[in-house]
Design a protein around this ligand. Sequence first.
Ligand SMILES: [Fe+2]
Ligand SMILES: [Fe+2]
Length: 247
Amino acid sequence: MITLLVNLLEALLNTFYRTRLYPRFFVLETVARVPYFAYTSVLHLYETMGWWRKSDWLKVHFAESWNELHHLLIAESLGGNRYWIDRFVAHTGAFIYYWIIIFVYVLSPRSAYRFMQQVEEHAYHTYDTFLKEHGEELRALPAPEIALKYYREGDLYMFDEFQTSHPLEVRRPKIENLYDVFLAIRDDELEHVKTMLACQQPDAQQTFQSPHTANRAVLPEAAVTAINEHTADIAQQAVEEEPVEMS
Ligand SMILES: [Fe+2]
Ligand SMILES: [Fe+2]
């Protein structure tokens, strides 16, 4: 079922948005941040009912959705949401995926995290291919104001909050043009893959914490190795991936 859900989203994007890339990014970012809302909705319910309290997880998932919101705002600033049909597709997809992921997360959190891991991998490949195909033109274009505010000028607490795989303040993207913006977005997606992998580890309920937690527990060596090996594979696949075209 998880693979089917991912394949459906990829088929939608590849069929209707193969060449319209900014609308594609708008649809992808609208739909692909919804699972984080589904996770926080269910976790919030568990806390409210007194069944399970894990505020760290709420905090990290919200920081991930905050990051995805800024990807969405960047796509909008580039005209990705100009046409009603793209807004209709994105909003309908987001509504459907929200309720499906709520259902999956209640039954099997690990499956819901695996779903998002695969969606984030798709997002990483999408942006990586875009950078390879359009690097020259992107370097000549300015960074949108919203990207400068988010990556360079704003309070980076929320940005650090979803960097769960390394110490705080290690990632500070250089943003000078549109190429840098999409490079930062691509690398954000890989950070989300790492976080989704960490959430699927068998002992994640004990070991997974917010990066800002004092005396934070270090992820077990086996988990770190598994995450690093998997993300190295993704980077390798990106080298071999076919390019997409932009109209
Ligand atoms: Fe994104
Ligand atoms: Fe993402």
